[in-house]
Design a protein around this ligand. Structure first.
Ligand SMILES: Nc1ncnc2c1ncn2[C@@H]1O[C@H](COP(=O)(O)OP(=O)(O)O)[C@@H](O)[C@H]1O
Ligand SMILES: [Mg+2]
Length: 420
């Protein structure tokens, strides 16, 4: 026994289930068999049975556990975490239909929660997802060239609403676009990505920065905080008594892993990060540049556009003017556009009422103000971005090319003018 870790993992089974009733057991057995696992891996005993079994034997790679017979699921799940080896993907089922419990279970590292009675299809989906997670969340069909849209959102000035827009776009890509989406908030000390969605940021991002070599699909699964079914968030509130020491390797690694684990990634990039970590932009397909109609924004939009031409020539750029009040702008729209030598693509109104309401509800502006002008314009922006990776086979190629071309043509023709 000189290699305790190896000896344990070598006896690790791919799957085990601990359910509370015969109906669940009978439903699971054929599904488990379909996946090539022995039907005997479906046991009775529920959560207590799982804790007993795992305290004396190796944990399976995927664990299905029925919480129906526990009165305090959260507490008992943490007892399970103590005996369960890292790397196990846990799927829970239970009779409590409460979104708070659901969220807390996901936050505690549970991969999925199925409400009982569950159907065969629900279990199949959940097991497929667990397997995807274990494979770094790549889609099962290797021929299916999994889409990925990486969008960076940058505010040309602080306080301009870039983080609000990033959270909104991420929510929309998940909710309206139906894509598995991650929001990566790189404002490590003062991030608002989690706050905007009423979540605790957790330690994921700071852990990632401290140990870039540990970042893999599994790490992501544990580090990300789930906002809903489609949206996960990696954000931080790092202590403000110490600087972040990093060469940026962690950011790069996070982007790489997110590319394979998600369909859309929205990166909220504080503008000072551009200066320090230009490689963050090497792989993004689209950039949302948030501006306002002020003198300072005009100057910095010109400078940032020039910088992007050199550092992200592959990316399509959308200029979004935010917090715009018709009578309260320093500079007229036309003057702004002629100074930056390209049009503003979208204008979001200054709308304190909707913003305050969103903050009260703990939702993104896009969700809370769905029917207001601001919400509808945000939805248009996300649709425009998603056209970049439109997965409708009929539009494959032509559609993709046309939008990217459109965005790039505007950008390049302007860059020629600017270079003259
Ligand atoms: N369209 C808008 N109308 C009114 N207030 C807004 C609007 N967009 C954002 N805000 C508010 O502006 C403040 C700064 O937003 P934030 O997203 O944190 O900006 P940034 O990330 O650019 O610093 C927040 O209080 C936010 O609620
Ligand atoms: Mg911000």
């Amino acid at each position: 026994m000189n290699a305790p870790f190896n000896s344990r993992t070598s006896t690790r089974h791919p799957f085990a289930a601990y359910v509370c009733d015969d109906v669940s057991a009978e439903l699971l057995k054929p599904l488990v068999f379909e996946l090539g696992w022995p039907p005997e891996s479906v046991n009775r005993g529920g959560l207590r049975g799982a804790i007993q079994a795992l305290s004396v034997s190796a944990s399976p790679t995927i664990l299905f556990v029925d919480l129906a017979d526990t009165a305090d699921p959260l507490n008992d799940v943490s007892a399970l975490a103590e005996v369960c080896e890292p790397g196990t993907v846990v799927i829970a089922a239970g009779t409590v239909n409460d979104v708070r419990l659901y969220r807390e279970l996901l936050n505690s590292g549970i991969q999925d929660y199925l409400l009982k009675p569950f159907t065969a299809d629900q279990v199949r989906d959940s097991l497929a997802q667990a397997q995807m997670m274990l494979m770094g969340a790549r889609p099962i069909d290797p021929a299916d060239d999994h889409i990925h849209l990486m969008t960076a959102v940058i505010g040309v000035r602080g306080g301009i609403g870039a983080s609000s827009i990033a959270a909104s776009l991420a929510w929309l890509m998940g909710e309206n676009g139906g894509h598995r989406t991650a929001l990566l908030d790189l404002d490590v000390h003062f991030g608002t990505g989690a706050l905007a969605l009423d979540l605790e940021p957790g330690r994921g991002l700071t852990d990632a920065i401290d140990n870039p070599s540990r970042i893999d699909g599994l790490f992501l699964e544990r580090a990300l905080v789930r906002a809903n079914d489609k949206l996960s968030v990696l954000s931080a509130e790092a202590p403000i008594n110490a600087p972040i020491l990093t060469d940026g390797a962690a950011y790069f690694q996070l982007q790489e892993e997110m590319k394979s684990a998600f369909e859309c990634t929205v990166v909220d990039v504080p503008r000072h990060m551009m200066v320090q970590h230009p490689h963050l932009f090497h792989d993004v397909q689209s950039i949302v540049l948030v501006v306002d109609l002020t003198l300072a924004a005009t100057r910095d939009t010109i400078r940032i556009l020039a910088w992007l031409r050199n550092n992200a020539p592959q990316a399509g750029i959308l200029i979004v003017a935010n917090r715009i009040h018709p009578s309260l702008t320093e500079i007229g729209r036309k003057d702004f556009e002629s100074s930056i030598e390209r049009p503003i693509d979208f204008v979001l109104p200054y709308d304190l009422k909707q913003v305050v309401n969103a903050a009260k509800l703990g939702k993104s502006i896009a969700e809370a103000a769905k029917t207001a002008k601001i919400g509808q314009t945000l939805a248009q922006i996300s649709r425009k971005l998603l056209q970049l990776v439109a997965d409708d086979p009929a539009s494959e190629g032509s559609h993709k090319a046309s939008l990217l071309d459109e965005l790039l043509t505007v950008f390049k023709s302007k860059s020629k003018i600017a270079r003259k």
